[in-house]
Design a protein around this ligand. Structure first.
Ligand code: ADP
Ligand code: MG
Ligand code: ZN
Length: 497
């Protein structure tokens, strides 16, 4: 039986308040590793991007990557953190095959960024997420477990790739987040989505959750409503999609609710989320900070970023995603409802790119929220996964604006763009889809149509001008939609006057 069946989600909140804490690991996109010159390029042959420093061989000495420090500070500033005037690296000691140094170089009591916050919106409500710290550390190597399961349990043997060992990471840790009530899972999701957008805007990470460059550990506990004392938490590790963060928290809230409601005690442990069953299962029981025997890294001097440099970096921080959204709304002149729909369809980025390529905001919205959204839904893909670029949509609209094609032909061109690697202009050119404006060509069809519909023509002669639409429609149909409609109307009226 699932916990959602044991304990109704809404019912938990009659007696308990959830407290969540999120630890997000971000892989930076620096060219070289955190403490050595090895490349961070993804996908190379195993062990081709290693050296004595990242393998921790005796006598090797680390050197801090300045670009990583700059990225960490910019990220901290964007999270409204204070930047430490002096911060230190620390050794986090543990033995595991993915870490040949037998310790991870991290930061402990003196992180580079601390005490920040961000505001996120859920259901039109704003929630402030207090940030405890953002610190620098290095990634571990990658274990590959061979066998039918692909996991360590049931593997025949395991292989190690140390290319990833030493890649710069930043870990962003929130303070306990309270007051979210039954929206806790959505708030967590919104926060990580906010970080993803922010980091992308800052240009410090590729933030591909599915490739693991942004991973989240989600802590949650329940405390009796009105209590001051935090409950016992569990930590669900390595969530790598926004959906799984929300699902895992929902599940844990029900599971803990059921345990507490029956008088039991939650066990402090790490857990794993399973996509297939949408549930979590226990991992190891949680080690405590003292298990890691943290101590200051003796091979690195304290990091004391120059204040002037920090202020220069502050000037490079883009506005928060929400502010930029608001600006986009004002400058684009969308109605509230149009804007809500655009946000809901995740169409902001593609519309912005199309506007940047020279299209009017309303025209960009019309294509992305109309025909293209319809195609995306048919194929169950997101807008940015459709095989058409913002540049191509801009080119399409330009062909319309210059009168070379009309809306009807444009839809046909979209079909072709989605199914080939030709651009709209190439398609119009190679398939002769241009609108026909040539008077001779149009007149020959106009005359035919008037002859065939003499009754309609007679009505128009007598002053029933509305009837002209029927004739225009027939001309268009005969010319596969490629006739210049305004010109056709003009010609019909002049023939019948
Ligand atoms: P650890 O190293 O054990 O993962 P951290 O202090 O790095 O611990 O992070 C723990 C995270 O869990 C932080 O985001 C913190 O705010 C949060 N947290 C701490 N106590 C609780 C609690 N009782 N319930 C929910 N979250 C908590
Ligand atoms: Mg942790
Ligand atoms: Zn190296």
């Amino acid at each position: 039986m699932t916990y959602e069946e044991l304990m109704d989600y809404e019912q938990v909140f009659h007696d308990y308040e959830p407290v969540i804490g999120l630890e997000v690991h971000v892989e930076l996109n620096t060219k070289s590793k955190m403490f050595c010159g090895c490349s961070t390029q993804f996908g190379a042959e195993p062990q081709t991007q290693t050296c004595p420093v990242c393998l921790g061989l005796p006598g090797s000495l680390p050197v801090v990557n300045a670009q990583a420090v700059e990225s960490a500070i910019r990220m901290g500033l964007a999270l409204n953190c204070s930047i430490a005037s002096s911060s230190r690296f620390a050794r986090k000691n543990y033995f595991y095959p993915d870490m040949t140094k037998n310790f991870q170089t991290s930061q402990y009591d003196e992180p580079i960024c601390f005490d920040g916050y961000v505001d996120v919106d859920v259901d039109g409500l704003s929630f402030r997420i207090p940030i405890e710290r953002a610190h620098m550390e290095e990634d571990a190597g990658k274990s590959v477990h061979r066998g039918t399961t692909g996991r360590i349990h049931g593997a025949d043997y395991s292989l190690m790739d140390y290319n990833r060992a030493g890649v710069p990471l930043i870990e962003i840790v929130t303070k306990p987040i309270m007051g979210t009530s039954d929206r806790a899972p959505q708030v967590a999701r919104a926060y990580v989505g906010y970080l993803r957008d922010l980091l992308r805007d800052l240009g410090v990470s590729d933030v591909r959750m599915e490739q693991g460059s942004l991973r989240c550990d989600a802590n949650v506990s329940l405390m009796p409503s009105g209590s001051e004392e935090l409950g016992i938490r569990t930590e669900t590790k390595n969530l790598n999609s926004l959906r799984s963060i929300e699902k895992a928290l929902r599940y844990e809230i029900c599971r803990q609710g059921a345990i507490l409601a029956s008088g039991g005690k939650v066990k402090q442990e790490t857990r794993h989320f399973h996509e297939e069953s949408q549930s979590t299962s226990p991992g190891r029981s949680k080690e405590m900070a003292e298990d890691y025997r943290y101590f200051p890294e003796p091979d690195l001097v304290p990091l004391c970023p120059d204040r002037q440099w920090v202020e220069q970096l502050r000037a490079t921080i883009p506005d928060p995603p929400a502010v930029r959204l608001g600006q986009a709304k004002t400058t684009w002149g969308f109605s509230d409802e149009q804007f809500r729909d655009v946000v809901a369809a995740d169409a902001l980025a593609v519309i912005a790119a199309t506007v940047n390529a020279g299209t009017s905001p309303q025209a960009a919205r019309k294509w992305w929220m109309g025909e293209l959204l319809r195609r995306a839904n048919l194929d169950s893909v997101s807008l940015d996964e459709l095989p058409i670029t913002a540049g191509e949509v801009a080119e399409l609209q330009q062909l319309i604006d210059s009168g070379e094609i009309n809306d009807k032909v444009a839809r046909q061109v979209i079909d072709e763009v989605l199914g080939s690697d030709q651009s709209p202009a190439e398609i119009v050119e190679s398939q002769g889809l241009c609108v026909i404006t040539d008077t001779e060509a149009l007149l020959s069809v106009v005359d035919q149509v008037i002859e065939k519909n003499s009754d309609v023509a007679e009505k128009i002669r007598q002053g029933k001008v509305q009837a002209v639409g029927a004739l225009i429609g027939q001309v268009m149909a005969q010319m596969s939609g490629q006739a210049d409609a305004a010109k056709v109307r003009e010609l019909i009226m002049s023939r019948l006057s």
